[in-house]
Design a protein around this ligand. Structure first.
Ligand code: COA
Length: 339
C-alpha cells in the first residue's frame, strides 16, 4: 500500500463587504452588463480598512480544522504543518504563515508561504502532499488567501472588476492512495518569460536597489488581459490533459473540474479544449470574482455546500497565474463534513 495525502477538511472565509457591479459602475467607467458578459462576475468581496490577508487565512483555517474534526475526529492540535499560498502577505517579511499558525493555536509547527499567484493553492497542495508522502508531516493545513483589493489601482476598471478578496483552506492527513480523498497526482509548470504579464513592479529588490524612486503607480498590480487569457486557456488545458493521461481518466469520466475562477469565458474555453460538458465545470466566480490563491478552495467549498460535489466524484483541479505558473491535481472526492 502506498502512503498518500488524503483530504479530510475544507473551509473558507470571505470579508463581510460585497461590492456589486452596479456599485463599481457608480465610481468607474464600466457597467454591470460589460462585467457580466465579458467575465461572468456579478460581485466580489473586499476587506475593510485594516483587515489583512492573515485575518481571512485564520478564519478559513479555523473553518477547515473544524470540518476535519467533524470528518475524522482529530483535533486541530494534531496539525504539524501549515502552508499558506498568498501573493498579498501581511508584510514583505516575515512570511504570514507563522502568524496564522500561532493565531490558530498550532504552537511551533513549521509554517511558510508559497507565492505562485493564482496557481498558489495548487503549488501549496503539492508541497504539503509531498511532505506527507515523504513522512515529514502527518497532518497539514493548506490555505490559499489573498486580498488583491489592497494592491489594485483604484482607477483601473479592468482589474477592479475582476478581483475579489477571500481565503479557502483544506486539511490533509497521511493515508493511503486507494482511499477517497487521496491526492493521486500533480502536474506543475512555469514560464518566467511571461513574468511581466501579471506583476507589481515596485516593492522588491530590483526597484529598491534602483537609483530612482518608483512612481506611485508602480506599487499597483497590473495585468495584460488578452495574452493572459490566451495563456490561461492554453496552460490549464495542457496541464489538465497531461495529468488526466497520467491518472488514466478520460475527460468524459471526470465528474467535476474545479479550475481557477478568473473568467467564465476562460472556463468555457478550457472545457472546449478538453471536450467537457458544462455540467462538469464548477463555477462560483459570479459571487466572488477572482480570489487568486483562494479561488480553487473557495470553489470547492461552495460546490461541496451546494451538493454539486459528491463523495466518489472524480475531481480535477487546475490553476493558472502570474509567473507565469500553472498546475493541476486529481482526487476522488471524499465524504466530508463542512459548514
Ligand atoms: N468595463 C468596460 N470596459 C472595459 C472594462 C470594464 N471593466 N475593462 C476593459 N474594458 C474595455 C477595454 O478598455 C477595451 O476598450 P477599447 O477597445 O476601447 O480599448 C475593451 O473593453 C476590450 O478590452 P479587452 O482587454 O480586449 O477585453 P477582453 O474581452 O479581453 O476582457 C479581461 C478583458 C481582462 C476580462 C480578459 O482579457 C480576461 O479575463 N483576461 C484574463 C484575466 C485573468 O485570467 N487574470 C488572472 C489570471 S491568474
Amino acid at each position: 500500500m502506498s502512503r498518500a495525502a488524503v483530504l479530510c477538511g475544507l473551509g473558507g472565509a470571505l470579508p463581510a463587504t460585497a461590492v456589486s457591479n452596479e456599485e463599481l459602475a457608480a465610481r468607474l467607467d464600466t457597467s454591470d452588463q460589460w462585467i457580466r458578459t465579458r467575465t461572468g462576475i456579478r460581485q466580489r468581496h473586499v476587506v475593510a480598512p485594516g483587515e489583512a490577508t492573515s485575518d481571512l487565512a485564520v478564519a478559513a483555517g479555523a473553518d477547515a480544522l473544524a470540518s476535519a474534526r467533524r470528518t475524522d475526529g482529530n483535533a486541530a492540535a494534531d496539525v504539524d504543518l501549515v502552508v499558506l499560498a498568498t501573493s498579498t502577505p501581511d508584510r514583505p517579511c516575515p512570511a504570514t504563515a507563522p502568524d496564522v499558525a500561532h493565531r490558530l493555536g498550532l504552537k511551533t509547527v513549521p509554517a511558510f508561504d508559497v507565492a505562485a499567484v493564482c496557481t498558489g493553492f495548487v503549488y501549496a497542495l503539492a508541497t504539503a502532499s509531498s511532505m506527507i508522502t515523504a513522512g515529514v508531516s502527518e497532518r497539514a493545513l493548506v490555505i490559499g488567501a489573498d486580498t488583491f483589493s489592497t494592491i489594485l489601482d483604484p482607477g483601473d476598471r479592468t482589474t477592479r472588476a475582476i478581483f475579489g478578496d477571500g481565503a479557502g483552506a483544506v486539511v490533509l492527513r497521511a493515508g493511503e492512495a486507494a482511499e477517497p480523498g487521496a491526492l493521486l497526482g500533480f502536474d506543475l509548470g512555469s514560464d518566467g518569460s511571461g513574468a511581466d504579464l501579471i506583476t507589481v513592479r515596485a516593492g522588491g529588490s530590483r526597484q529598491r536597489s534602483a537609483a530612482e524612486a518608483p512612481d506611485a503607480s508602480d506599487h499597483f498590480f497590473t495585468m495584460d488581459g488578452r495574452p493572459v487569457f490566451t495563456q490561461a486557456v492554453l496552460n490549464m488545458s495542457r496541464s489538465s490533459q497531461a495529468l488526466l493521461d497520467r491518472v488514466g481518466w478520460p475527460p468524459a469520466e471526470v465528474d467535476k473540474v474545479v479550475a481557477h475562477q478568473a473568467n467564465i469565458r476562460i472556463l468555457h474555453a478550457v472545457g472546449e479544449q478538453l471536450g467537457l460538458e458544462d455540467k462538469q465545470i464548477v463555477a462560483n466566480l459570479d459571487r466572488v470574482g477572482n480570489t487568486v490563491a483562494a479561488s480553487i478552495p473557495l470553489a470547492l467549498r461552495d460546490a461541496a455546500d451546494d451538493g454539486e460535489l459528491l463523495p466518489g466524484h472524480r475531481v480535477l483541479l487546475t490553476g493558472f497565474g502570474g509567473g507565469l505558473t500553472w498546475g493541476s491535481a486529481a482526487l476522488v472526492w471524499p465524504e466530508l463534513h463542512t459548514g
